[in-house]
Design a protein around this ligand. Sequence first.
Ligand SMILES: Cc1cc2nc3c(=O)[nH]c(=O)nc-3n(C[C@H](O)[C@H](O)[C@H](O)COP(=O)(O)OP(=O)(O)OC[C@H]3O[C@@H](n4cnc5c(N)ncnc54)[C@H](O)[C@@H]3O)c2cc1C
Length: 295
Amino acid sequence: MKTVIPKERILFHEPMSRHTTFRVGGEAEYLIMVEQEEELTSLIHYLNQIEEEYFILGNGSNLLVGDKGYRGVVLKLAGPMEEIRVEDTVIRAKAGALLSRVAASAREAGLCGMEFAAGIPGSIGGGVVMNAGAYGGEMKQIVRSVRVLDQEGHILILDNETMAFGYRTSAIKNRAIVVLEVTLQLAEGKPEEVGAKMEELAGLRRSKQPLEFPSAGSTFKRPEGHYAGKLIMEAGMRGYRIGGAQVSDKHCGFIVNTGNATAADIRELIEEVQERVQERFHVSLEPEIIFLGDF
Ligand SMILES: Cc1cc2nc3c(=O)[nH]c(=O)nc-3n(C[C@H](O)[C@H](O)[C@H](O)COP(=O)(O)OP(=O)(O)OC[C@H]3O[C@@H](n4cnc5c(N)ncnc54)[C@H](O)[C@@H]3O)c2cc1C
């Protein structure tokens, strides 16, 4: 790997608690900061050849990594892989760019359509994989195309339809396909109006979500016809704790790390919540967050 990547960008036994918004998770055997598409292509080719497992990390904001860590290679897009370009009403963002930074570029350029995403703490790569959304908006509405690298090393351009966006999912979720760049089609607006909308939504987040504690956002997907948070509250689990993990008393749809949670605490609490909601309401809660590694 050192022939492809400078050694200072190859981290060995890297604690994943440093790379996830839950602030938990054991060590990844390797974590590599990838700055160029060519590096990524060579690395993936090599890792496939030696049959080594790898995981593409965005901003780790929808991820629970086990306490025993991940025996594989975590690839994190960095530096030039986070660039953003604005051309008229189109934004081209490299997959590692944070949604908040892309949204700030849209605001500065007076482009509207992505206000909903300004407060989502993920990368745009993770955002399209998950079809991230909030307050009536979702990536599906603004993505024109996505440039990806497939497992065979081919670079493909997938249009919006091919991405088959659904509720917190897309055609490339759980597939060995890496997002390289996302092209967004936005509309002309006024910077102050775009900014005001973002401020309004940020205020709503602050008042409703437990942003003062580490979490991965909504733990569960919204079950059809229900709200996960409401079911959890009505199952009597508001504030319920296992070790350092807690069902937030501000928003029951969030499980938070109160400071010293382990990944095992969080996972156990997720299972307990699922069981109680199933028992009480016969509704099955499906986690929105992604699990990685050994617990
Ligand atoms: C406080 C808080 C609030 C949140 N609010 C929202 C919200 O309002 N709406 C919402 O939808 N989500 C929300 N989230 C969840 C999360 O921010 C989103 O799901 C986000 O899209 C995840 O992006 P990420 O870059 O952090 O991805 P990660 O968590 O790093 O990864 C998620 C998945 O995407 C894959 N992935 C990441 N980058 C790439 C890439 N370049 N190529 C291929 N696969 C990739 C990973 O392999 C993994 O499978 C919130 C989270 C927190 C902590």
